[in-house]
Design a protein around this ligand. Sequence first.
Ligand SMILES: Cc1ncc(COP(=O)(O)O)c(C=O)c1O
Length: 385
Amino acid sequence: MLRKTFLGSFLSRKQQEDVISLCIGEPFFDTPQHIKERGIQAINKNKTKYTSANGSLATRQAIQSFLSQEYHAFYDLDSIMVSPGAKPLITAALAVLTGDWRYVFIPAPYYPPFYNISVLQSKSLLSCPMLVDTREDDFQITGEAIKRVIGNLYDEESVDSSVLILNSPNNPTGVVYTRKNLESVAKVVKEYDMWVILDESYLDFTYNNDYCFFADLSDMAERTVVIRSFSKTYAMTGWRMGYVLGPPKVVNNINAYMNNCIGCASSISQEAAIAALQSSVMADDVRESFLINRNILLEWLTDNSIPFVEPQGAFYVFPDLSEYCFSGGFKDATEIVGYCLEKARVAITPGLDFGDMYKNFVRISYSVSTDKLKQALVRLEELIN
Ligand SMILES: Cc1ncc(COP(=O)(O)O)c(C=O)c1O
């Protein structure tokens, strides 16, 4: 809302039409045809009624066989629950796991709902968000960083049964957490008997082959709630489809919460999701085009001496513009964002959106066509030089 006003205040309507947005948080391609067809069929076959709150049996079975075929991961049906996107699951999981007062540890920079929902819940004294700054560790989360935050707390005992939110591949940094770091996190999780909410919405967009599944680490499955989404992988953001995997008791409580506030995911979207799971042909092509864009963008940042941590997943990079703020006389990167919009008609997201301490950073999304990305970089280049 704020940014719309911002955009409007600088640019005429004609100029606004010319803006290239590198703020986009969704894939730049359309939902594949076979998925759309299945949705249309569902309507024509009158599959348009409520399903059970945790999802239709057919959808949960399709998720179950997809996980066993693709990942050799075996989940009972009562460990799987379908939902209208990943986002409501963040609220539901936090509500369920923080029934009594709890700390919620959130690596920063963070996807805004992690922090905002925790802050909302803290108002009814259900939880207290604690940020774990990851800047020193190249945006990786480590057990040591969490311990440092715990060490500053007044009463270490009250940390027991806290919640830790993880997001890998990460929005906004594109970082994929390494096995070594996740093992160190798992140790702390065990020591303090914590719960983990793991958001894997970008799981299908990783650019190296060593993704570590946190829930597979020793003793972690029983204390981890995994959230996944159809939004990014299948370009289904508007269909609202996601699912959660976790210990049946927790999934059951999330189901009770969602049943009361949401009912169920759209029956039509659930049918479309079955088609998506049964033919995952597109992920490789899409990953390839994201990789091309990522490399173009990283080369451009390097050529312009802008520091960044190399993203291994998702479709974002989170560069540090401190030097540009200083040399250009900008108060912070938010001012640079305004300048780029006004002078180059290129929109990027200020780092402030992802944590107060990131006011000198920006998030650049490369989920645009390669042509558009190149065009945006030419415009920015003209601005810099
Ligand atoms: C980390 C993360 N989790 C969840 C979501 C939302 O996913 P969904 O569309 O499934 O609600 C997003 C969307 O940008 C995201 O970046």
